[in-house]
Design a protein around this ligand. Structure first.
Ligand code: UFG
Length: 329
């Protein structure tokens, strides 16, 4: 398959590009490099610096490269910022995706894979989170992702598009060969911040909330290796052969880990002590989020390689240790 990877220079997109190559597909990357890194994309992969919202440019690209399918990872994903600057999120995550889908229809490309999020569930009504739980996002970031999910259902019904949408839990880790990994600016995610605290690049890690109704009082999350996420996407390709069909999958390991457990695991992996500070809860954090991924396992034959969070952190540690300034190292 010739696959256009939108956001292919970003964290999850760049890992997916590698997995596509490993599976014998031909990725083409489009990324405006607002958050992506040119160095995250191998030189042998065709690269376009363009905006998804530029319909004419995208339509021309789809035709020129004779693309069979689009995978879409390009989005803003800072939950707090989405609350204070929702315009940016609706524009970039929703409107630009609508333009991309229009370009696809006009170019005759009808297969689509979409990065969604467990944030579409808001505070879940039960745990673990299955695909059919009510979706009620509690911030504009989650809302824009849910809006795209609904847009896809309509386009699938009306225009015969086929799609798979994946609700990621907490993407983590780095490529096994240590060549690419997580590099956000600013970084807000727990594992890279704890690693920074372990190496002294930051003074400490603030634990946001110690009075949650969880076993150790800190939030529970489901950390899933970025390459496991990528492999699920590729496993869904056969489903896209059927026109007019849409599929949703939750992707996590199903094992919840608390903030304190992550800190302990980073200490074990790095052999360094992590200074911690107990802080107030962060607004908008649900106490517990973890997946029931049995649908993906059953229907896609998805196999989770990294079932243990320590193994995930080992890959992250290798990347951060060898690239202290991320792609700028
Ligand atoms: N945390 C801390 N201290 C920190 C950073 C995080 O205690 O310095 C805690 C958070 O409160 C949370 C856990 O660590 O309990 C994980 O936080 P992350 O910021 O790493 O990730 P989130 O769980 O907030 O991820 C959410 C959604 C994803 C979404 C992502 C967007 O679950 O679906 O935000 O970045 F994609």
């Amino acid at each position: 398959m010739k696959v256009l990877v939108a956001g292919g220079a970003g964290y999850i997109g760049s890992h997916c590009v590698r997995q596509l190559q490993a599976a014998g597909h031909s990725p083409v990357v489009v990324d405006n490099l607002v958050f992506g890194h040119r160095a995250a994309v191998a030189p042998d992969v065709p690269f376009y610096d363009a905006d998804l919202g530029d319909k004419a440019a995208m339509e021309a690209l789809l035709k020129r490269e004779e693309i069979d399918m689009v995978m879409h990872f390009a989005a803003f994903a800072y939950v707090g910022e989405s609350v204070t600057e929702p315009r940016k999120y609706y524009e970039n995550n929703f409107v630009a995706t609508l333009r991309l889908l229009e370009a696809m229809l006009d170019a005759g490309v009808k297969k689509f894979v979409f990065s969604s999020t467990c944030a579409t569930f808001g505070v879940p009504t039960s745990l673990p989170i299955t695909e059919d739980l009510p979706q009620a996002p509690i911030n504009p970031y989650g809302q824009t992702k849910l809006d795209v999910e609904n847009l896809l259902k309509s386009f699938c019904h009306a225009y015969g598009m086929s799609f798979a949408a994946f609700r990621y839990f907490n993407a983590a880790g780095a490529a096994e060969d240590g060549t690419i990994g997580e590099d956000h600016n600013p970084e807000t995610h727990l594992i890279p911040l704890v690693i920074d605290a372990a190496t002294g690049r930051r003074e400490n890690i603030k634990i946001f909330g110690t009075d949650y109704p969880t076993p150790d009082g800190t939030c529970l999350r489901d950390y899933i290796h970025v390459d496991d996420l990528a492999r699920a996407h590729i496993a869904a390709f056969p489903l896209l052969e059927k026109a007019g069909a849409g599929h949703f999958y939750n992707l996590g390991t199903g094992t919840p880990n608390s903030v304190r457990e992550i800190i302990t695991a980073v200490e074990q992996v790095t052999g360094k002590r992590v200074p911690t500070v107990e802080a107030e809860r962060r607004a908008g954090d649900p106490p517990s989020l973890y997946a029931d991924s049995s649908k993906a396992i059953r229907e896609l034959g998805w196999k989770i390689k990294y079932t243990d969070v320590t193994a995930i952190i080992e890959t992250a540690w290798r990347w951060h240790r060898d690239h202290p300034k991320g792609f700028g190292s």
